[in-house]
Each structure stands twice: as C-alpha cells, then as structure tokens.
Write a protein that binds this ligand. Structure first.
Ligand code: MN
Length: 257
C-alpha cells in the first residue's frame, strides 16, 4: 500500500524532477539516410484537417505521416532480422519500458573523435566506480550529439565515406545483448549503432545482437546531461502499434533534483 506516496510528494515538492529526454518532432527532424539501393523512410509530415473553421468550427486536428524510425524513437526487437520472431511494439511487456537509467558520459571522447566506439572496458570502468549495473536497466550513452539535433547535416555527420557518429563496438554490443542485465540501449544519435557500423562484422552489431536477444533501442535522446550517472528512472513510451517495428516515443526520466 501507498508505495508511491513518497514519489508523489517528491514530485510536488520538486525533490524529484521530470526530465524530458525527447527531441521535438517536426518536419525539420533529422532522418537517417540509407545508401542505394535501400528504401528510405519518410520524415514527419502534418496536414491540417480543420482549425476552428468551416471544416470543423469548434476544433483543431491534423493528420500526421511519419516513418516508424523518425526522431526520438523506440526500436522493437522485430525491427531486425535477428529478432524477426521476437516482440513487435504491441507485444512488448510494458514493465520493461520503465527501468533504472545508467548514464555513461562519453561526450568529451565523441567530441574528439566522432567515430568514438564504446567498449566493454568503458562499461567495466563505470561499474568499478559506480557499482554493478541494475537488472532491467537501460544504458543511456551521452555523447553530446543532442546539440546537433536541429541540423540534419551535422546530426548525420556524413562524408564520402559515410556517416561518422559514435556507438558501441562489436564486442560491446554482444556483451550488452548477451551478458549485461540491461533491457535496452539509449543514444543521442540517429541510431543505436555507430555511423561506421555498416562495415563491422556483423554489420550493425547493436541491432544484430540486441534485437536478437529481444532487447530494445531508443534513439535521438535529449537532455542526458541533466541526469546523474545512476539513480534516475527511465520511462520509454512508444505507440502500441500492432506489428510495429518501432515508433516515435516520449522518453522521460525521473531524477533526484
Ligand atoms: Mn530505429
């Protein structure tokens, strides 16, 4: 009984803060660009149905069109071929959408090297300093990339050799999927894999291993700088689309003020 009373009081008093980890979703939201011959996703589009006018005198509403993997969004296991028999959005156990957030800060490293790769050693270092990772937790990787989120070119950071953005290396992706107690990985970049991960073996190892293990991804996060390394609670809320592979999501964190 009353297990949440302390939380409600803390929210009212401000000793627990809600941090919005979500980027605004609009027609200028950056979207991933796949090379030929792959099909690309549409971005976000909004079309007005009525706005207090003769099409609907008392109400304002829109129709929206958006790819599943646009803006701050959630990757379901079924998104990747290795998770093809695993959960779609509507099948996910909602308990897994709320969990302790572990925030590892690699913003200095990513600023020095946009191809920065997160390794198991980085995670072990973090555990040595802060204690063991929590069961059912979410690993959130801060790279400072959220500062680029209003500029498609800076956000994708691509040149003639492809995109250059930080992400986990192959062994780190495998470890997160198969050995860590995390249920998901959250990042500030356009996808959970590094920009150069198309050249890895396996390609896109984070998608390959995490979704193959029934785990989740969360991308284009904002405001991770406002979270402590440990002690915050993540709430990731994608749409419950039947057969959906991913969805724009509202990502929130509760954090001690
Ligand atoms: Mn995605």
């Amino acid at each position: 009984m009353a297990a949440l009373d302390g939380l409600f009081e803390s929210l009212v008093s401000g000793s627990v803060r809600v941090v919005d980890l979500t980027q605004p979703l609009s027609e200028s939201t950056p979207i991933i660009q796949l090379p030929e011959p792959f099909v690309n996703t549409p971005g976000f589009k909004m079309e007005e149905l009525s706005r207090y006018d003769n099409r609907g005198p008392g109400w304002y509403w829109n129709k929206i069109e958006v790819g599943e993997h646009v803006g701050t969004h959630f990757d379901a296991p079924i998104h990747w071929v290795t998770g093809r028999d695993s959960d779609d959005l509507a099948s996910i156990d909602a308990t897994k959408l709320i969990g302790p957030a572990i925030v590892i800060d690699k913003s200095a490293e990513a600023e020095a090297d946009p191809d920065f790769l997160l390794t198991v050693d980085h995670l072990k270092e973090f555990e040595n300093e802060h204690g063991p990772f929590p069961q059912g937790g979410w690993l959130l990787v801060r790279t400072g990339w959220d500062a680029r989120a209003s500029d498609q070119a800076a956000f994708l950071n691509a040149n003639e050799t492809g995109p250059h953005t930080p992400g986990p290396d192959v062994e780190c992706a495998r470890w997160l999927a198969e050995e860590s107690p995390f249920v998901g990985l959250g990042v500030e970049t356009v996808g959970t894999d590094a920009g150069i991960a198309h050249s890895f073996d396996p390609a896109f190892p984070c998608h390959h291993f995490m979704h193959g293990a029934g785990k989740f991804g969360l991308t284009q996060l904002a405001n991770l700088a406002q979270l402590p390394a440990t002690g915050a609670l993540l709430v990731a809320a994608p749409l419950k689309v039947v057969d959906g592979s991913g969805s724009p999501a509202r990502a929130l964190a509760l954090t001690p003020a």
